[in-house]
Design a protein around this ligand. Sequence first.
Ligand code: ATP
Length: 462
Amino acid sequence: MADDILIVDDEADIRLLIQGILEDEGYSVRTAAESVTALEEIRARRPNLVVLDIWLTNSQVDGLELLRILQREHPGLPVVMISGHGTIETAVEAIKDGAYDFIEKPFKADRLLLIVQRAIEAARLRQENAELRLRGTTEDELIGRCSAIQQLRQGLLRVAPTGSRVLITGPAGAGKEVAARQLHQSSKRANGPFVVLNCATMHPERIEQELFGVEQGANGHDSVSKIGTFERAHGGTLLLDEVADMPLETQGKIVRVLQDQSFTRVGGSRSVEVDVRVIAATNRDLSDLIGEGRFREDLFYRLNVVPLHVPSLRERRDDIPALVEHFLRRSAESAGLAGRQLGHDALTALQTYEWPGNVRQLRNVIDWLLIMAPGAAEEPIRAEHLPPDVSSSAPPVLQGSGAAEIMALPLRQAREQFERQYLEAQVTRFGGNISRTAAFVGMERSALHRKLRSLGINSGDR
Ligand SMILES: Nc1ncnc2c1ncn2[C@@H]1O[C@H](COP(=O)(O)OP(=O)(O)OP(=O)(O)O)[C@@H](O)[C@H]1O
């Protein structure tokens, strides 16, 4: 997606010159000769960058004043100043007032392009960092090698370049946002913004302001007091997270935006044109909600062009060791703590746990362990060090009380009890796959089957 640049200069030949240079590089360019038109253009749709002449003749306000208005009305919008009669003092003043940089006429095309590219990049990074701070850290990389994740990864790669809409389903914390982010990264819009709107945490009355922005009449002019997520996502991807929680009325408006690729801001009348790829995510069954009249069928079909599913963590226990290793490394690095290893018992306990909160919960457990687990950095973390809710649901053989119980029994029963607990834990850990359990425990597949039957363990051979 081409970045959108507005050139504001009173000299027509300079506007044409800059426009030519930028368009040759693939930018999409709009121009304005004075401040009123410039503000109109910016209010019609926020550009990615403004190239602004310091001296504007026949203009309501000059370049420096316009810069101040932009800083007030459109914070975060990068501005590169141009001057023909530039003095260092004017440049310094513009930069103090928030301009990204300054270029003096006559300038070389290379220098203009370099500054423009850097300014857009810097603004994008700033926006991404602000969003990450707001929502906590997140990943770009979908960790996991199990077949469901490999299938998901292939699906993402196949659909990414097509620009098609995608509906990502899966339980809370399973990685739907990570998948959406990866889709964006592999698409042609990768250099554009990736914006997330969580429809569940948003007050129903505020959701439209968030999505479409707000325009208010001030001094007889319309002025934009808030840029919405649709506009911020122009040229990129918008993830509507927890889309099932979107109020019905807003759903109707989204249908229209998807149809027209344009909308009006709350309180405004002019139409804002955008080019946004919409991805939706949900942990609910939208067909049920359609049946109950709580989700619009037309929106469902528009969003669900390509459905992708992220499995729960308990359906892919095989991926737990790789996820644990990844989070141990990442969390230790970012907290400045020494890295730790997990003992086999702790890892098995994690692999047999049900994970109602999925990968998000696993990540929290790892953060907790790095701070709370006793012992020196080089000592492995044991099952008994896991947080109480995880360790208390671990198979008894991995809990301190398991050993005490076994010691109270005669050998035959003790052996049987141990075998039952040990094998139950291993079968769960390998997701019920008997061949892999047999390989790990060192038994023939058929012998393991017999053993499980004799111990009354339901393997449900998957
Ligand atoms: N496959 C994965 N690889 C690496 N990290 C992951 C993976 N899946 C999830 N995570 C991490 O788990 C946490 C939750 O993931 P994410 O926000 O994508 O889940 P979600 O399905 O969108 O959740 P919700 O429905 O609650 O919004 C994040 O911190 C994310 O970085």
